[in-house]
Write a protein that binds this ligand. Structure first.
Ligand code: CAA
Length: 390
């Protein structure tokens, strides 16, 4: 299998690394050798960590030998599959797809790692929109097991199945969306966590550290919400936010992320975001207070509401949402499982409280209201999103 990866930044270099680990021949394309050399260094560092831990058997040198880097699309002439991981700018992505459409064999599948842009909008620029698909990896790709597979309204079943198989060959667990929605499952839910975190801070309910302490210490998430935003990149956060609310999701007023981007504090990659890091690109766990005023059900309330929306619209079921959160974000339990534990009634009462303060996006989803009125409150009543043995 020969695969081209266009864009060698945070996601692109990780995807190239994962593809090569699974034995594929990789062509990694970017616009300059400075960027490519930095990607090479990051892949080597990551491979060394995986090798030292025994996760991979081949040496980093052997894995790197299957990766050819280039500033020209020519190397993609004979690939079976190409995936794009350039910044979240539709015009830029369309330019990349025009190039790939020209250079790759007619039957090659073209994928995008976009985190939120509708696949149909990207595919339409090519002469093979039925062979264009979304294949969304998570940061860091070598560690995160999840891949969202998003067929556009044009993608054929054969191409979707091919991409699902490819994800499995790369050692990943694919979750396939039935219908494409902006932000897919992962980032619609991530956006809601980001929005509630921001609302809590900007309304004076809590500090950044208190929100993150509730996420890490009460919900047992691997990172706080602002910490994760720093890790993902605040420019990426702002871009995915714009795409999702720009295409109809209700917004929550918030300026914190934009302000950070305006002052070039982009998070881990810049060495500074909501927190400070030792050096650009060097993440280490941020220190947080043990206690926090923030109730855990408040932190996830809007995200659970979004989960209910995804279920109501037939896009995914509760188990699939939970797979996304466990394997894409390393949640120790699924979001809907956590909601069942905390109680659907407490989630709804948080939503109602925030809604009453004038935040429209918090209007409780009818599915949640129905669950409360039929006593499906989660673990406490034996039935919520899941059936529980009491
Ligand atoms: N390659 C290889 N190994 C790596 C690595 C990489 N890129 N990054 C970390 N590791 C290894 C470390 O070497 C370390 O190994 P040992 O246990 O052998 O020492 C191990 O992973 C743990 O790393 P750390 O000690 O540095 O820190 P940690 O325990 O906090 O784990 C983490 C780091 C795995 C990233 C964890 O914090 C986590 O799971 N965070 C959540 C990440 C997440 O949610 N990602 C999704 C973001 S959203 C997204 O990507 C989608 C989008 O479209 C925006």
């Amino acid at each position: 299998m020969r695969i081209a990866v266009v864009g060698s930044g945070t996601m692109g270099h990780g995807i190239a690394e994962v593809a090569s680990i699974s034995g594929m021949e990789v062509k990694l394309i970017d616009i300059s050798w400075d960027i490519l050399n930095r990607a090479k260094q990051r892949m080597e560092e990551s491979l060394k960590r995986l090798y030292d831990r025994g996760t991979i058997k081949e040496s980093p040198e052997q894995v790197m030998r299957r990766i050819e880097m280039s500033t020209s699309y020519e190397v993609a002439k004979e690939v079976d599959f190409a995936i794009e991981a350039v910044p979240e700018i539709l015009d830029l992505k369309r330019k990349v797809f025009e190039q790939l459409d020209k250079i790759t064999p007619r039957d090659a599948v073209l994928a995008t790692n976009t985190s939120s842009i509708p696949i149909s909008d990207i595919g339409e620029i090519t002469s093979r929109k039925e062979r264009v698909i979304g294949m969304h990896f998570f940061n860091p790709p070598p560690l995160m097991k999840l891949v969202e597979v998003i067929p556009s309204k044009y993608t054929t079943e054969e191409v979707t199945n091919f991409t699902v198989d490819l994800a499995k060959k790369m050692g990943k667990v694919p979750v396939r969306l039935k219908v494409e929605v902006p932000g897919f499952v992962s980032n619609r839910i991530f956006l809601r966590l980001l929005q509630e975190a921001c609302r809590e801070v900007e309304s004076g309910e809590a500090t950044v550290e208190e929100v993150d302490s509730a996420a890490r210490n009460k919900l047992k998430l691997p990172m706080g919400i602002f910490e994760l935003a720093d890790y993902v990149g605040l420019d990426v956060v702002v871009d995915l936010w714009k795409v999702i609310v720009g295409r109809g999701a209700k917004d929550v007023s918030c300026s914190s992320y934009n302000k950070k981007v305006e002052s070039k504090e982009l998070g881990v990659k810049a060495g500074k975001g909501f927190y400070s890091y030792q050096a650009p690109g060097k993440y280490s766990k941020v220190p947080l207070p043990q206690d926090s005023r923030v109730p855990p059900e408040r932190v996830i309330s809007l995200a659970v509401n979004e989960g209910a929306w995804l279920m109501e619209n037939g896009i995914v079921n509760a188990e699939e949402i939970d797979t996304v959160m466990k394997l894409g974000f390393n949640f120790p339990k699924g979001l809907m499982e956590i909601a069942d534990e905390l109680g659907i009634d407490s989630i709804v009462s948080q939503l109602k409280d925030i809604y009453s303060k004038g935040y429209d996006a918090y209007m409780p989803n009818p599915l949640l209201l129905k669950m409360v009125s039929s006593n499906q409150l989660g673990k406490s009543t034996g039935r919520g999103f899941y059936v529980h043995n009491t």
